[in-house]
Ligand binder design. Structure first.
Ligand code: GLA
Length: 361
């Protein structure tokens, strides 16, 4: 596997076509020397997610690619609770440290992902050895200790934290997770307060998928307003951006950017990727516990992407980037969820493919 500009552009379809149609300027001619971060340097930061295997030993061409194209980085998995804090009192910093050192060396905007989430968090956090739920007090203590340790370790180096991930259900208020069941609604504000206490300069985000959904939008705006009134430190909304060729309705996406900004939040597009496969999700987004039986119908492009779909993909990125540029005053950063298809978590979807791509993360 080699990492070239072509590798990146294939994934994102942010080729010359899009760039020159959106930003027709002298820089487009210089494609090859100028990275995406430079094209958009007056608009927003451009980021990518880095997987653990890549971080272990950064291939030189990959390092070159990401330092040329991006000025923001997120660790894909290796700062999540199950990775850095797999057992009580056991911490594994190897990859997270490498990632932060790399970001500091390259002068990147470093994003910490993620402190409190229902997924990729070990069972012991929520259950005692007999399998009984821990007490509210114990879980709050655990949350505080985890946040203090991780945030404290990278204080002043991580610019923004995804403090809480995916805590709102589709139209049904707070997600019914062990966090909510044990702590109650206060879990959100506690997480923000604990983080701010350790690193008062860090920019604190609530991150979620499907935030274009009107019910979810209303719920988020409501809690943001309540938080602000009560002085709970929240500074931005992360809109993940696991989107497809035909979903979501970009008008709803725009309404959410506007609504979050109107509530005083900076908007971060935190995990952008456009899926070209037919829709298989009951509920669309990044719910990774969802699984599908493999079917040919859901996986039609085993011999490569037809030009027609490639063009649709380019147009879809173009549509989103036009929207982002229109709202550049509200948007802090656009982060792609990885630099290439071969690294993508979605190469395992839908269902289990008989023909896996090479595993490199
Ligand atoms: C969510 C998380 C990410 C990642 C994706 C799926 O969006 O925030 O860290 O796990 O799901 O890969």
């Amino acid at each position: 596997m080699t990492y070239s500009r072509r590798h990146f552009l294939l994934h994102s379809s942010l080729g010359l076509a899009m760039l020159s149609s959106i930003k027709m300027n002298a820089m487009a001619k210089a494609m090859g020397e100028v990275g995406l971060k430079d094209y958009f340097r007056d608009d927003f930061k451009i980021g990518t997610a880095i997987g653990g295997k890549l971080m272990q030993e950064l291939p030189a061409d990959y390092e070159q690619l990401i330092t040329r194209e991006f000025n923001a980085i997120t660790m894909e998995n290796d700062m999540k609770w199950e990775r850095v804090h797999p057992r009580p009192g056991v911490w594994d910093w190897a990859l997270a440290d490498k990632f932060v050192d790399f970001g500091v060396r390259k002068d990147m905007y470093i994003v910490g992902h993620v402190l409190v989430w229902h997924s990729q968090t070990p069972k012991w956090v929520f259950e005692d050895t007999a399998g009984k739920p821990v007490s509210r007090e114990a879980l709050l203590k655990s949350m505080q200790q985890h946040i203090a340790t991780v945030v404290g370790r990278y204080k002043d180096r991580i610019a923004a934290w995804d403090v809480v991930n995916e805590s709102v259900d589709e139209g049904n208020g707070w997600r019914k997770s062990p966090w909510l069941n044990i702590i109650g609604e206060e879990l959100m504000e506690k997480a923000f307060l604990f983080t701010n206490e350790i690193d008062p300069k860090a920019h604190l985000l609530y991150n979620d998928y499907n935030e274009h959904n009107p019910d979810k939008r209303a719920f988020i705006v409501d809690f943001v307003n309540k938080f602000k009134k009560r002085g709970i430190p929240i500074h931005g909304i992360g809109m993940q951006g696991h989107v497809g060729l035909n979903y979501p309705d970009i008008k709803e996406y725009e309404k959410s950017i506007e609504a979050y900004a109107a509530a005083g939040m900076r908007v971060h597009i935190t995990e952008l990727e456009v899926d070209v496969l037919p829709e298989a999700w009951d509920h669309i987004g990044a719910e990774i516990s969802t699984n599908f039986a493999y079917s040919k119908k859901l996986d039609p492009y085993t011999k490569g992407l037809p030009q027609k779909i490639e063009d649709q993909l380019t147009r879809r990125y173009e549509e989103f980037f036009k929207l982002f540029l229109k709202h550049r005053d509200k948007i802090e950063r656009i982060t792609f969820w990885g630099t290439g298809d071969a690294e993508s978590w979605k190469k395992w979807l839908p269902g289990k493919r008989p023909h896996q791509l090479p595993v490199i993360v």
